[in-house]
Design a protein around this ligand. Sequence first.
Ligand SMILES: N[C@@H](CCC(=O)N[C@@H](CS)C(=O)NCC(=O)O)C(=O)O
Length: 198
Amino acid sequence: MLKLYWWPKTRAQRAIWMIEETGADYELLPLDIDDPVARADPAFRAVSPLGKLPALLYDGGGLADSAAIGLWLADRFPEAGLAPAVEDPRRGRYLWWMVFTTGVIEPAVAEKLGGWPASPRRNGWGDYDSMLGALEQGLAQGPWLLGERFTMADVMIGSTLHFFRQFGILPENPLLHAYADRCVARPAFQRALAREAG
Ligand SMILES: N[C@@H](CCC(=O)N[C@@H](CS)C(=O)NCC(=O)O)C(=O)O
């Protein structure tokens, strides 16, 4: 059975949602991310070298990072239909969106909130405005990033926009808010909330 290192109010919520979308059985392993002893646990560090949540254990292995976990889950449980097959032309777009949160959105938002000087040619994430433009363009057609097909990339982006909305930093753009609404209305997201609440 899958085992997920988890703590409330962390990105582990995203991973719970991901697992719920696959329909797989799983167990939560609470790990207090503010407790240095818990974070130093060798079994945890073996799968999460940076000591960060979420981290997932599966038979014979494990991995950390929500994007990596999402990619693994979608490929491990193909019957859930959360990833276009390798030969599907939509696979490239899907992969691009899977890494967009960690590779582009998070650093771009850090740039904006931190008041860093924008340097779109030097910085791998471009800049905040180009990140937002790509997001708006990607969601313009909808209802999901790949059109009618919901994928694990929607969990990545949807959970990111949901977090931002909770922190009050999601721009007042109806397109982004409507998408976030659709995401949190997913039964799997609601099951994730219930599971977290115990
Ligand atoms: N890119 C990682 C980021 C993971 C991350 O930063 N997790 C936070 C919790 S939301 C954490 O574990 N922070 C504890 C720390 O770094 O001390 C992912 O998406 O999983």
